[in-house]
Design a protein around this ligand. Structure first.
Ligand code: GLU
Length: 322
């Protein structure tokens, strides 16, 4: 076991020893989420992936929003996309009616209303939109990711709020597409299954300026990756984005399936999974894991470019100094 794997595996064990004050989303149970699921993975810019803990594949949920946003930028150009969806943190819940009163635009692409608008930009009909999203997710993860049909069925059965948001977009004149079709496609992206290993590669693709570090495939332009990470920095952690920037300091996106991805541009992507969620919808143990890793490795972007070599620092931390 290399030192980083030992470090990650000890951190998983430590976190499993603490009882999170939070609950698993009923929907996550459908795909088999359990209290004792905890996993961490890192993918460096040279394509090395180190993972520890559970290998359970869980629905990526809102993590798909960051990928859809980058794909929309590559399809339409940044100027067009930001002329349709703002880039401002909302401080509100993920499914709030966050439409700017003056511009009639959704406030950012990582809350549901903005993500639904962005999803509509991925093509001219449901098939085209979901094909582009699924293709991009697969390319960013470096393998074909499975759709969890049962999760999608449950999502569709409980989608009144998302439908309402889509109709609000139509009423505000911000979207002309069929609301039902757009919501169904958006929810398909949420119901895709991935392991932390897959998600570390997705995060590594953002960190590596849009090139998947494992496969070498260019998935996004450097500009789309930069823009997605910019919005992840300010809006990626629901209404806890401010605390996250202060305590962890990495562009990130979480999902209510219990996953979190984060990227240190030019260096690596990281993913965490544990399904119990806090009041904001973020994984309790996942947030703790990132707080610990940032502290231990000095990952906070405001600390400057002095992040140590991961394996060397991990060896120090686990007391394996040779
Ligand atoms: N399927 C969820 C919804 O749109 C995604 C929520 C999330 O991960 O934030 O309601």
């Amino acid at each position: 076991m290399n030192p980083l794997e030992t470090y990650l595996s000890r951190l998983c064990d430590d976190l499993l020893g603490f009882e999170p004050d939070g609950a698993i989303e009923p929907l996550a149970r459908v795909s088999g989420a359990r209290e004792d699921h905890m996993a961490l993975a890192v993918c460096t810019a040279d394509g090395e992936v180190t993972a520890a803990g559970s290998e359970h594949a869980f629905p990526i949920q809102s993590i798909s929003k960051a990928v859809a946003y980058a794909a929309a930028i590559d399809r339409h150009g940044k100027d067009h996309v930001v002329s349709e969806v703002d880039e401002e943190p909302t401080g509100e819940e993920f499914n709030a009616i966050s439409i700017d009163k003056r511009t009639s635009r959704p406030k950012n692409p990582l809350v549901n209303i903005g993500a639904i608008r962005v999803h509509a930009m991925l093509g001219t009909d449901r098939a085209e939109r979901t094909a582009l999203l699924r293709r991009t997710l697969d390319a960013a993860a470096g393998r074909e990711l499975e759709l969890h049909e049962e999760t999608l069925r449950e999502e569709l059965a409980g989608a009144d709020r998302n439908r309402a948001l889509a109709y609000m977009l139509r009423a505000a004149g911000s979207m002309g597409d069929d609301a039902e079709e757009v919501v169904a496609g958006y929810l398909e992206g949420c119901a895709v299954l991935a392991t932390v290993r897959d998600l570390a590669v997705v995060a590594g693709t953002f960190a590596h300026a849009g090139v998947n570090p494992v496969t070498g495939e260019r998935v996004f332009t450097a500009l789309a990756a930069r823009q997605a990470m910019s919005v992840m920095m300010t809006c990626g952690m629901y209404d806890n984005a401010g605390d996250w920037v202060s305590d962890v300091g990495l562009p990130a996106k979480s999902g209510v399936g219990g996953g979190i991805i984060a990227a240190l541009p030019t260096r690596f992507g990281v993913a965490a999974y544990s399904p119990q969620l806090d009041a904001h919808g973020n994984s309790v143990r996942g947030v703790r894991a990132f707080e610990r890793m940032t502290e231990d490795f000095g990952w906070h972007v405001m600390e400057g470019p002095h992040v140590p070599d991961l394996a060397e620092r991990a060896a120090e931390l686990i007391g394996d100094v040779r």
